[in-house]
Design a protein around this ligand. Structure first.
Ligand SMILES: Nc1ncnc2c1ncn2[C@@H]1O[C@H](COP(=O)(O)OP(=O)(O)O)[C@@H](O)[C@H]1O
Ligand SMILES: [Mg+2]
Length: 296
């Protein structure tokens, strides 16, 4: 991993939404971070903290209020021409939280997975298209005879595998995985996480891995940023963050992770953290240790 040349930079990203005439929601409020090639960068925060908004800005689904996103030394733009847009969407793909909502129920799995192959002209013949789809199905732990079926015939975990195959079909370099396991049974979550890990290694991918708690991200992330109300409160290498959480909010997220030992779980105290919006508004990012950032 080259620590010096990032693959993605998010610089002072802001996304303000207007609800009604005067209500402004600062969904993302001056967020900056960078991700290095081959890295898994965890972005963690409770529901509504702005994680998906950042993910969508990175895949260029939104034009941000302000700020910049630079992918492979090139700034993302809303004014891409068709060719530039196509090239961009081939390199960054998104896996969505809800495997039920993100697959078209009227399309067969083969055509769902091949959508990107068709758009980008990656297969010269029907045979090549089928062959690519079959290989992708196998790569994500499904089988060739799944190709002719519809999404409703699959379990949640299998649907998420279909979503992963669809994302991989265009051979991307970077994947935004937006809570890819949150909607799945706990028993299935580890399988999907393991699959994502294997694929990352075999295909040399880089991930932005979004999660609403710290239970699984530890095992997949190299570095983790903790978000709350549109801001990053703390950013550190995963081991360091778990060993030495500096922000009270990070501590409260850590205390909420279910523990395997039920006796210990009963005795344990939950730390509750309430954000003071006035105070938060004044926060600035300050470096406390090399590679460990805390908003004060
Ligand atoms: N299209 C939208 N219009 C208005 N408000 C939105 C929109 N999308 C998200 N929001 C608001 O922005 C905030 C952050 O949302 P989101 O990025 O989805 O958070 P997360 O993914 O962390 O749950 C929330 O308050 C949400 O209600
Ligand atoms: Mg979200």
């Amino acid at each position: 991993m080259n620590k010096h040349a990032s693959i993605l930079q998010v610089k002072h990203l802001k996304q303000y939404y207007h609800q009604g005439t005067d209500k402004e929601v600062k969904a993302v409020d001056d967020v900056s971070f960078e991700i290095f090639p081959g890295e898994t960068f965890g972005l963690v925060g409770e529901s509504g903290s702005g994680k998906s908004t950042i993910g969508k800005a990175i895949v260029n689904l939104y034009q941000p209020t302000s700020g910049e996103i630079i992918f492979q030394d090139k700034a993302l733009s809303s004014s891409y021409n068709k060719k530039e847009r196509l090239k961009f969407h081939k390199e960054i793909q998104m896996i969505f939280q809800d495997p039920y909502a993100s697959l078209n129920p009227r399309m067969k799995v083969r055509d769902i997975i091949a959508e990107g192959i068709d758009i980008h002209g990656l297969a010269q013949s029907k045979e090549e298209r089928d062959e690519k789809v079959n290989r992708l199905l196998e790569d994500v732990g499904l089988t060739i005879d799944h190709a002719g079926r519809y999404p409703h015939e699959f379990s949640g975990g299998q649907r998420q595998r279909i979503g992963i195959a669809r994302a991989l079909a265009v051979e991307p370099k970077f994947i935004v995985a937006d809570e890819p396991i949150s909607a799945l049974d706990v028993s299935i979550q580890a399988q999907v996480v393991n699959l994502l890990q294997e694929l990352k290694e075999s295909r040399g991918l880089t991930y932005l891995f979004i999660a609403h708690d710290l239970s699984m991200v530890k095992y997949v992330s190299d570095r983790i940023a903790i978000m709350n109300r549109g801001r990053i409160l703390e950013l550190a290498e995963a081991e360091e963050l778990y060993a030495n959480p500096l922000h009270a909010y990070t501590q409260s997220l850590l205390s909420a992770i279910p523990l395997p030992d039920p006796d210990y779980e009963r005795q344990r105290q939950r730390i509750h953290y309430q954000v003071d919006p006035e105070k938060l508004a004044e926060e600035i990012l300050k470096e406390v240790k090399p590679n460990h950032w805390l908003a004060q």
